[in-house]
Design a protein. Structure first.
Length: 236
């Protein structure tokens, strides 16, 4: 069971992580008093202490109070490591059997949820140093490998190997030659669906060229054409 000393150490690690990662953070006082994510983690750690000792009603009341104060819902039964950074926090939901490893980063609107009414382990496990970007949903008793990145608004329902980037609905793994990916920009993400469209379009172009058929000028894969069309309309 978690000791009070371990709770104190975890809160210090959470505070340090926020100072390291958030350029807007100017002091420990600011984080302690104005950061909803940090406040939610502190409330969770208190509630979890009671949950482990069988005082579940007290734990649930503490959890409910902090949900009202922070708009972050963390079930007291979840297992969360230290050095966690919850940025903004609004709308985050972490289910009862979820496990969040050390040094993970969660952005607003993230859900670590279940997929039905089954009992037992039904929420995801995030291994160490996983980043889950804004609005992403990680659902079911799956494992997200260490140092992986989940793109904004992705829906992940399958296990993800370590050192991976996942984007899309449903989430697809994009690997960088099997090596760790660089720090992920939440906007400039890989687009595996568009890559597949480009591959298909290239094959069609090759076939049309061989049989002497004029290729379709309009294509969603021809971004430079789309851009020029919009530019022309704007100048009319």
């Amino acid at each position: 069971m978690t000791t009070r000393k371990e709770i104190k150490e975890a809160k210090k690690a959470d505070l340090k992580r926020a100072l390291e990662l958030d350029p807007a953070a100017t002091s420990e006082w600011q984080i302690k008093h104005t950061y909803a994510g940090y406040k939610a983690l502190c409330g969770y750690r208190k509630a979890h202490w009671y949950w482990e000792r069988g005082h579940k009603k007290i734990a649930e009341l503490i959890s409910y109070r902090y949900r009202q104060k922070t708009n972050v819902e963390i079930h007291p039964g979840a297992v969360i490591g230290k050095g966690i950074f919850i940025d903004h926090g609004a709308g985050i939901v972490i289910g009862e059997t979820a496990v969040v490893g050390d040094l993970c980063i969660l952005y607003q609107g993230v859900t670590l949820g279940g997929t039905g009414k089954q009992s037992g382990k039904r929420h995801p496990t995030l291994e160490q140093d996983v980043q889950v970007s804004a609005g992403a949903k990680v659902l079911g008793a799956i494992t997200i490998g260490e140092h992986s990145k989940i793109g904004a608004n992705s829906v992940v329902i399958k296990d993800v190997p370590p050192y991976s980037t996942v984007v899309g609905v449903p989430g697809r793994v994009v690997k960088a030659y099997g090596k760790r990916v660089a720090d992920m920009d939440q906007v400039l993400l890989p687009d595996p669906i568009m890559d597949e469209f480009r591959r298909i379009h290239k094959n069609i172009e090759d076939i049309c060229g061989k049989v002497g058929i004029e290729d379709n000028t309009y294509s969603i894969t021809q971004e430079e054409y789309i851009t020029s069309e919009f530019d022309q309309e704007g100048n009319d």
